[in-house]
Design a protein around this ligand. Structure first.
Ligand SMILES: Nc1ncnc2c1ncn2[C@@H]1O[C@H](COP(=O)(O)OP(=O)(O)O)[C@@H](O)[C@H]1O
Ligand SMILES: [Mg+2]
Length: 287
């Protein structure tokens, strides 16, 4: 499953006029990809996520699925719709949309709507719960509202995984969670993308999440692609990131600080362990 955006422009319509949000966006998401889309609040990330998921249609430019120009899923019929079903979208704060009396019922809603028979729905519910690190037997019968915030979010994501998407789009999936909640989400995303032929699009302004997970990064600034590259290429440009309203992760800021003091340390470390090794190498080198 490959999603491609070519020269895409998007504007919201309100009060009789157009409010431009995205300009000249070119993106491709193919099997095996892990793309992070980042940028300051209001830069257009959630709008871009909805275009990638077929929930909005561009004002100009083309969105294609497996090379086929298709209409948005709202108007999708036949082939177009069945392709869009392979794209799973996890909205911001998805736990706010939990509604059923039990966790298992909530997750069953999507697969049942797809017309799957009851036994297959049951199999999918259990597999989705395991995929998000929750015990189907222990938690499946509980009310989602008795769970922690992190667990609720994992249940909501399980509801999307139960649709067995090939492309998973997550909008700010770790926002507002405590460290344990965040770790649970990072782990399930990593497990999803390790399956063959899967692709992930992670929308996040959290640079630590981006550094930890993504293979490619797009930085949006005022609706345009301002930077694009691997996490290392992006983090090397700390000053540019700041100018786009983004705060590099703490270990990158530490390296930048040391560098300014004249220490010969690399600027593009991706995690705390790499920062430690760089500092040890510098000190061991007689610095
Ligand atoms: N439904 C809408 N109608 C009009 N304007 C919107 C709507 N949703 C978002 N916007 C505007 O579009 C811009 C981009 O928003 P959004 O895609 O939510 O950015 P981000 O997710 O990066 O914070 C913002 O200026 C926002 O105010
Ligand atoms: Mg957003």
């Amino acid at each position: 499953m490959e999603i491609s955006l070519q020269e895409v422009t998007f504007a919201y319509q309100a009060a009789g006029r157009q409010w431009p949000v995205l300009k000249d966006i070119n993106l491709r998401v193919a099997p095996g990809d892990f793309l992070a889309i980042t940028g300051a609040g209001g830069s257009g990330k959630s709008t871009l996520a909805m275009l990638l998921a077929g929930l909005l249609e561009p004002v100009s430019g083309r969105v294609t699925l497996n090379g086929q120009p298709v209409r948005g899923r709202g108007k999708g019929i036949g082939k177009g719709l069945s392709l869009w079903q392979k794209v799973g979208m996890v909205f911001q704060q998805p736990e706010q949309q939990l509604f059923a009396e039990t966790v298992a019922e909530d997750i069953a809603f999507g697969p049942r709507n797809m017309g799957l028979p009851a036994d297959q729905v049951g199999v999918r519910v259990k597999a989705a719960l395991r995929a998000v690190g929750l015990d189907p037997d222990g938690l499946g019968g509980r009310s989602p509202f008795t769970l922690s915030g992190g667990q609720q979010r994992r249940v909501a994501i399980a509801g999307i995984l139960a649709l067995e998407p090939e492309v998973l789009i997550l909008d700010e999936p770790t926002a507002g969670l405590d460290p344990a909640g965040r770790a649970g989400i990072i782990k399930l995303i990593r497990a999803f993308c390790q399956q063959p032929a899967r692709a992930v699009v992670l929308i996040s302004h959290n640079m630590a999440d981006v550094a930890e997970l993504a293979r490619q990064v797009v930085v949006l600034h005022q609706g345009r692609v301002a930077l694009q590259g691997t996490p290392r290429e992006i983090f090397r440009q700390g000053e540019a990131l700041r100018s786009y309203g983004l705060l590099p992760p703490s270990w990158t800021r530490l390296m930048q600080g040391l560098h300014r003091q004249g220490a010969p340390v690399p600027l593009d470390v991706l995690n705390l362990a790499e920062a430690r090794d760089a500092i040890l190498a510098w000190l061991g080198g007689g610095g």
